[in-house]
Design a protein around this ligand. Structure first.
Ligand code: FAD
Length: 424
């Protein structure tokens, strides 16, 4: 049984799975080299922003949860100089440090501008996303708060039919799933989480869930699945003391849930589509860091990626999204909810997980900003209407790479599974 080989079209997109895997094979090589260049591996992240939602519990202080900060001497001086020059406020920063806006109406995520705030410079390559051991109530509370409070209650109308939270089982597309109301208090999460652990099932979205809600849910679930794919591909085997892929981790978290698997592809489509739209801007962007070798590498690699993405044709048709007055309202809610998810990342009790959670919500937020906040023509000509910060560009490309790795991981686990079944 070929359980991790989806066929046909990636749901809610114009792309087929084979085409997406083929695109990934073309971009993954150049991406691997690109993310090792100074411009893309260096990022300033507000890693220690207080959690606004609950008192953080379950922090992980194990070695693999901790982030290695970057020696600031290795950061190009212009980027550090910008930080000191706080009189030069952009429209983004406002006029007083404490009152600066964290986002504009065009933003889908909290941007945490690198030139401001209490960020830490980090080398992303030195802090890979992988198994850290962070788990339990703290991690679960974050995922549950994201799904239950910020995903429009998808599947939304089931809230009306089930009424009350607990362990009622609601039938969705022939499958049962535990239904719960969004937990309002921290202590209410505990029984809910126990419920869910027992009823750990796939959710197949009913066809009549509004398109915007489905897109939102797929993005979140795809991000979650991609994080799980990284955990399972780079897993610490405590018996052999080695980092290695863990097939049962992959099957139990992703492979057994076709929708989660597909949602990784969905995110890759969305990111590819944004990069396709941004091509002229990304071609013209100034990536210089002062390192001749790295700057030359970016000049050579970026066009390869952009051309492959361009040649992939129409990937995601956004013409059906956010239509009319209701659509405008929905887009507003969509942004509010995703910004909220990016704020929830501050509550992650493991530094490295927080780093990747924040970076990837920013990356997906940047893709959505490109797709839904600007018309095509804004990415041609002089780009004067565009407002993208350096960290948004880094996050976008880095997130694209993380999903590219997840797709590679799926192919690797698919063949491991085939071998396992054959041997067995
Ligand atoms: P979880 O992954 O915690 O999932 C909770 C529940 O959500 C599951 O029981 C299931 O019902 C549902 N679910 C699971 N996946 C999906 C999906 N794709 N779509 C829809 N529903 C789903 N751990 C690391 O080792 N390394 C990391 O880098 C890392 N980064 C993290 C970043 C963030 C922001 C968070 C919140 C957690 C991170 N973690 C990381 C922890 C990790 O995601 C898991 O929470 C942890 O491994 C425990 O896994 P679990 O099996 O309990 O299920």
């Amino acid at each position: 049984q070929n359980i991790c080989k989806p066929e046909g079209y990636v749901m809610d997109t114009c792309s087929d799975f084979d085409g997406i895997e083929a695109l990934n094979r073309r971009v993954s090589g150049p991406l691997k080299k690109l993310i090792r260049t100074k411009f893309f591996r260096t990022l300033r992240v507000e890693l220690y922003k207080p959690c606004q939602f609950w008192t953080s519990e379950g922090s992980c202080f194990q070695r693999d949860c901790i982030v290695q900060p970057l020696d600031e001497d290795r950061v190009p001086s212009e980027w550090r100089a910008q930080k000191i020059d706080q009189t030069n406020f952009g429209p983004f920063l406002g006029s007083f440090p404490r009152q600066r806006q964290e986002y504009t109406e065009k933003d889908f995520a909290i941007v945490n501008d690198e030139t401001y705030g209490e960020g830490v410079w980090l080398d992303l390559v030195d802090n890979p996303e992988r198994f850290t051991g962070y788990a339990g109530a703290g991690a679960n509370a974050i995922w549950m708060s994201i799904y239950q409070d910020n995903c429009f209650g998808v599947p939304p109308y089931l809230q009306d039919t089930a009424g009350g939270w607990g362990s009622q089982l609601v039938n969705v597309d022939g499958k049962s799933m535990p239904f719960v109301q969004p937990p309002r208090k921290r202590r209410e999460l505990t029984p809910f989480l126990q419920d869910l652990a027992e009823e750990d099932r796939a959710v197949t979205l009913p066809a009549d869930v509004p398109y915007e809600y489905r897109v939102f849910y797929r993005m979140v679930s795809g991000l979650h699945a991609s994080i799980s794919a990284h955990i399972c591909a780079d897993y610490f085997n405590a018996t052999s003391n080695r980092w290695e892929p863990n097939l049962s981790c992959f099957i139990s978290r992703i492979g057994a849930f076709p929708d989660r698997l597909q949602n990784i592809y969905f995110n890759f489509v969305l990111l590819s589509s944004a990069i396709q739209k941004m091509k002229p801007y990304l071609e013209a962007y100034d990536y210089s860091t002062g390192s001749a070798k790295d700057d030359l590498a970016v000049k050579r690699l970026m066009p390869k990626i952009l051309n492959s993405v361009k040649n992939a044709g129409l990937l995601f048709d956004d013409s059906e999204l956010f239509i009319g007055a209701a659509g405008r309202e929905l887009k507003h809610e969509f942004k509010e909810n995703f910004r909220n998810i990016s704020r929830i990342m501050d509550c992650t009790g493991c530094e490295k997980c927080r780093l990747w959670g924040k970076t990837q919500t920013l990356g997906i937020g940047t893709a959505m900003k490109a797709l839904f906040s600007y018309p095509e023509r804004a990415f041609r000509g002089s780009f004067t209407t565009l407002d993208f910060k350096r960290n948004e560009i880094v996050a976008l490309i880095t997130t694209y790479f993380q999903f590219s790795c997840s797709l590679e991981g799926i192919e690797m686990f698919r063949s491991m599974y085939q071998d396992f079944v054959t041997d067995w």
